[in-house]
Design a protein around this ligand. Structure first.
Ligand code: GLN
Length: 253
């Protein structure tokens, strides 16, 4: 009887420490104990996007799996892409997870977890476009990008591109392309595939503009959380969870 009571107490204790977002009151480096706040921009399918009133996608499921391992509840903040790093820096959000590319510039402001996905910037053009390769981008080209993204940063630095038009959402840049307001859109590969499939008459050039890695942004110096996220990512990679999440949203073709 005594033994049973003890084991129930032990189990209860384990459950309680799990729901406390880590053991013995430790908050695992999150600003609010028990809660992992993720800042994202849910305009980036298949990584984060709206499905009815819900925000779903690869990053959302990865964050849910990390939060579960940490014993935290996940809270999602859907904000402008270029507000994500400031929110992480100020501590309003614990992690920025938004198909965010690791860049040396961003590494001045935040720390990045180990990369969890490889990506690239690609060029979308109308099917009948005179632009058939990267070398066709010229001083006459008007390229649409999403504000503050690597597409924006790299195209703005690229002397061979005439004009860069910035849009709040990637989808808005693609709409401008279908309306002939821009000649091409530079954007991440997987959202590009989704947008092209939804807008007939567009294609993706075979040659990528850049290759890059996605990682989670974490406030500089929050090594407790960085270590938690990295070990969760390692476990999720090793046990196949990460691959399963990706396979749910991206068909291998
Ligand atoms: N990967 C790009 C970047 O980090 C775009 C990310 C996004 O639009 N969510 O800038």
């Amino acid at each position: 009887m005594k033994k049973k009571a003890l084991s129930i107490a032990l189990i209860l204790g384990m459950v309680m420490s799990l729901t406390a977002c880590g053991s013995s009151g430790s908050d695992k480096g999150t600003a609010t104990p028990g809660v992992l706040v993720m800042a994202t921009n849910a305009e980036f399918p298949p990584y984060e996007y709206h499905e009815g009133s819900e925000i779903v996608g690869i990053d959302v499921e990865i964050a849910q799996a990390i939060a579960k391992k940490m014993g935290c509840t996940l809270q999602i903040e859907d904000i402008a892409f270029d507000s994500i790093i400031p929110e992480v820096v100020s501590g309003k959000a614990d992690i920025g997870l938004a198909g965010m590319t690791v860049t040396p510039d961003r590494q001045q402001s935040v720390d990045f977890s180990d990369p969890y996905a490889a990506s690239s910037q690609v060029v979308i053009v109308p099917e009948d476009s005179a632009i058939t390769s990267l070398s066709d981008l010229s001083a006459d080209s008007v390229v649409g990008v999403q504000t503050g993204t690597t597409g924006d940063i790299y195209c703005s630095d690229d002397d061979s591109i005439g004009t860069v038009e910035r849009y709040n959402k990637g989808m808005e840049a693609v709409q401008a392309l279908t309306q002939g307001k821009v000649d091409a859109v530079v954007i991440d590969r997987e959202p590009a595939k989704v947008f092209v499939s939804e807008n007939p008459g567009l294609k993706i050039l075979g040659e990528s503009y850049t290759d890059e890695d996605y990682a989670a942004a974490i406030r500089k110096g929050n090594t407790v959380l960085l270590d938690e996220v990295n070990s969760a990512l390692q476990e999720l990679t090793a046990d196949g969870t990460l691959d399963n999440i990706v396979a749910k949203y991206i068909s291998a073709n």
